[in-house]
Design a protein around this ligand. Structure first.
Ligand SMILES: Nc1ncnc2c1ncn2[C@@H]1O[C@H](COP(=O)(O)OP(=O)(O)O)[C@@H](O)[C@H]1O
Ligand SMILES: [Mg+2]
Length: 315
């Protein structure tokens, strides 16, 4: 039996979320936010954290700075029981990454100092450790600047070792949607874009055409549709699942939480309807508190929410 359900290689950083700012920020003026949260950020680390919260056994490899932000980012993963024994802390000028999010009522600005996110390299990874799992996941393809050229090779190694694999690209800050994405997708079992990312990755401008194109490239395409829930396409088969009605605080990390819910079921061999339902449950749940993991840190709250909204779910 492998040691882990899922291993993840990727970024660990913090999100600083500021609420209550006007949409327009004039130069040279000072603006007051009415609320702030400093919380675990990074798509990879949010997926790792929330998988562990749901009860999956998770191994996580990353690279952070030997600084206070790194310590603050690491703590919630440790508290949730994610194995971080192979994570590297490297001193020097390049610090742990930070994303500043200006959350407006219906949209947000995001500014990222990538720092050590872009420094993670092939040499930081222990392939035997990563392969000691049933499933391997990569998030934030375009932020992994140093590792990205070898991500296709990484997926190939994991497939050769018998693991199933998944990828959530998240956004491409350069908006090119190239850099070996198609090569990486050849070794991916589950591709988890949102609606915009699906169209960008497929190079078409409507969702149906995107799903059709992507379904010819990967065995399972799962598209996150925000308030509309999610859909999955496996060859010619379509599965859909509505979202869960909630009062959303913000959607930071909703897609990553969806990934965690979906993959938690997927590695246990659940049917796709159950995978989608738990993905939607986890995505909606994350929106009810600040950031991507604050809701998941409160176990009593999570049990109550999943009991009330998650009929048929095992988590
Ligand atoms: N306002 C919302 N209400 C309920 N569920 C939501 C809401 N926003 C997001 N979700 C859930 O989170 C998932 C991911 O959100 P989405 O915004 O599509 O992804 P991403 O964060 O990657 O852009 C959705 O598929 C849905 O299940
Ligand atoms: Mg996303």
């Amino acid at each position: 039996m492998p040691q882990f359900d899922i291993t993840i290689a990727g970024e660990l950083n913090l999100d600083l979320i500021l609420y209550g700012l006007p949409d327009e920020l004039a130069p040279e003026r000072e603006f007051l936010a009415d609320r702030m949260t400093l919380t675990l950020g990074g798509s990879s680390s949010i997926v790792a954290h929330n998988l562990a919260a749901l009860g999956s056994c998770v191994g996580f490899q990353s690279r952070i700075g030997d600084d206070d932000l790194g310590t603050a980012a690491l703590l919630p993963l440790q508290q949730m029981g994610v194995d971080v024994s192979r994570l590297r802390r490297v001193g020097g000028e390049i610090k742990t990454g930070l994303t500043v999010i200006l959350q407006r009522s219906a949209w947000r600005n995001m500014v990222t100092y990538a720092g050590t996110i872009a420094q993670l390299t092939w040499d930081d990874l222990d392939l035997d450790y990563l392969a000691n799992a049933r499933h391997f996941h990569v998030s934030s393809f375009y932020l992994q600047r140093a590792l990205r050229p070898r991500i296709p090779e990484l997926f190939r190694e994991m497939k050769a070792a018998g693991l199933s694999t998944s990828l959530d690209t998240n956004d491409d800050p350069d908006d090119t949607w190239e850099s070996g994405l198609r090569e990486a997708l050849r070794c991916v079992d589950v591709f988890l874009p949102n609606e915009r990312e699906a169209q960008k990755a497929a190079r078409v401008d409507n969702l149906e055409a995107a799903v059709g194109t992507l379904a010819e490239m990967v065995p399972l395409v799962v598209v996150k549709l925000g308030r509309e829930g999610a859909l999955a396409q496996r060859g010619g088969e379509r599965f859909t699942s509505p979202s869960i009605k909630v009062e959303a605080v913000d959607a930071v990390g909703a897609g990553d939480s969806f990934d965690a819910g979906f993959l938690h079921e997927y590695v246990r061999g659940a049917d796709l309807t159950t995978c989608l339902r738990t993905g939607n449950l986890a995505g909606a749940f994350s929106t009810t508190r600040s950031g991507g993991t604050e809701a998941f840190r409160d176990m009593a709250y999570r049990h109550k929410f999943f009991r009330e909204h998650g009929r048929g779910s095992r988590v």
